[in-house]
Design a protein around this ligand. Sequence first.
Ligand SMILES: C[S@@+](CC[C@H](N)C(=O)[O-])C[C@H]1O[C@@H](n2cnc3c(N)ncnc32)[C@H](O)[C@@H]1O
Length: 284
Amino acid sequence: MDTVDWAKLDWNLLWKQAKRKKTWKSKKASDWNNKADSFAKRTASSLYIGRFLDLLKPRPDWSVLDVGCGPGTLALPLATRVRRVTGLDFSGRMLEIAEKKAAKQSIQNITLHHCAWKDDWQAHSIGRHDVAIASRSLAVADLKAALVKLTAHARCLVAVTDRVGAGPFDPDAFAAIGRPLSTGPDYIYTVNLLYQLGYLPKIDYIELEQEVCYPDEREALEGYLWMFRDLDTEERKKLKNYLRSITTLNRDGSVTIHRRRPPIWAFISWSPFPGQVDTAKNTP
Ligand SMILES: C[S@@+](CC[C@H](N)C(=O)[O-])C[C@H]1O[C@@H](n2cnc3c(N)ncnc32)[C@H](O)[C@@H]1O
């Protein structure tokens, strides 16, 4: 019988191999710029924000680094609960939205930087913070390098969210238009890699809404189109038909999409000190 020696598994290599098999293309900064306004609108009322904050348990004395902060989904509510927040993102449009929202809410303890995971953060004067987070933003070429870099920027706690299975993709939509869906590596690679690096990651799960409300059919379609690249006319028609089959019309003219399975995110947190469980020991 063949045997597998788990200690010899290279989880970063396995992750890279699985990533090569994914059917969707990684998004560039320009893709996120195009998506920024609709993403900001869609995510603003999601229960994701409350669940993430409940799990993170922010403390008033914390400084928090938010990598891939997007339109300030977490950076802004965090800024009202902690001492200061630093957000970074490679999408200029995402940062513009975050900046506008901060001004509207008179939030002044947030600093935003236009830079990428792979950039030299020191050149932007981004140093260590009490807590470093990356929410739904582990879109990197080298997972190990990203986790090591994020951990090195935290004094007491690191937290990321990573896809469970298909995550926000709807496998039924892919089946409906006849496209294969291989979403690539999910959170289990991240957990194993952290373990191999000597950390003790804790896992919680954030289950999102199974039913999502949109102002109209057009916006519901927008909420699905990001999952696909280059849909032809026939595929677009099939996607519309699929959406109609899972849509109910509300009295006020809005529509509700009923997904068969809700998207799930893994909330993974760890102490930046290898082998240490109690992150409270390091709090400032
Ligand atoms: C799904 S959004 C998540 C935004 C926010 N953290 C949230 O949870 O709502 C992913 C964000 O990561 C950013 N991002 C993706 N790849 C990045 C990279 N290589 N460097 C910096 N930001 C990146 C995108 O521009 C986008 O704003």
